[in-house]
Design a binder for this molecule. Sequence first.
Ligand code: PMP
Length: 360
Amino acid sequence: MSKQTKFNFAAGPATLPHEVHEQIISEWLDWNNMQVPLVEVGHRTEQFTNLMAENEKLLRELMIIPDNYRVLFLHGGAQMQFSLVPMNLLGKNNAADYLIYGHWAKTAFNEAQRYGNIKAFNMRSSTESYEIILPNENELNPQAAYLHLCTNETIDGMQLKNLPKTKAPIVADMSSDILSKKIDVTQYGLIYACTQKNLGVSGLAIIIVRDDLLNQAMELTPSILNYKKQAEAKSLYNTSNTFACYVTGLILQWLKNQGGVEAIEKINLRKAQKLYACIDQSHFYHNKIAPSARSIMNVTFNLANKELEEKFLQEAKGYGLLYLRGHKVSGGIRASIYNAMPEEGVDKLVGFMQQFENQN
Ligand code: PMP
């Protein structure tokens, strides 16, 4: 058992593993025998380019990324990709399909509309439906440059469990569930994720893109935002976010030490099951998502009214259960339980929820 007494359930920037905090502190003043902190080390030094190469190697190993995919570490987080994906992929055929069942895919769709002929598919039958219904293959455009989807809707607490059948390359926003479970990279043309959830701190995005998609950028795409140019420059077209790259490296190594994705997936499933069981066994907490669409990373729930939710949040804070407030667009409570949330954090939350129910 660790000595950890406070648990951060924020959706992102999110909790980092304890071991990673300790490593950052221990090597802060003298990184890699360079006598200065990492943040003062040049991005073109041998040591830093080695760090980038090691990050790529680790990510390839953990996700089993085939050789015909490039791995990029780019500025700007996930929303930056809402523009970069259309700019980089709509140059030849100007059409794409977007599947929507939550906030982030809707935002990505709104942004993409600036660049081409974008069609939206609503995967929920109504705003009151919390089930995900995939479109049939014959409804989708086989000529589309790509089909965009979000694998986990962080705000809505919903997660896609199956991919649609389509001839178009699938582009996935995996910001909030990358590395949380095994996936088959070859099912995707492009995967992107911001780093402030399962990959470290904010300011960076990871892009995994199949080689054949690197030759279809729109003319207007700025060089620094061009996937092909960034791939050629090994993501060092300009000064990169060196600190975020460093923390991502520590996270990847930490995950490898935990036994990799397969091992963390088992823990993640157990953590989510404990929380959903606690909710389902009570008449006090309510989760409206269909079981087939429930997220294992972001568990959302409500209490009978807003006053009770406020009381819950206040008392939880007193127990060291922090940042459980739901996103402002959906309200309620949200427990983000990414890879770095220890199981004991979830156990403590479940214990608190049972106690709060008994006392209210
Ligand atoms: N997509 C998803 C699924 C997200 O959860 C988030 C952030 N919470 C974003 C996109 C936007 O990420 P960023 O703030 O890094 O632009």
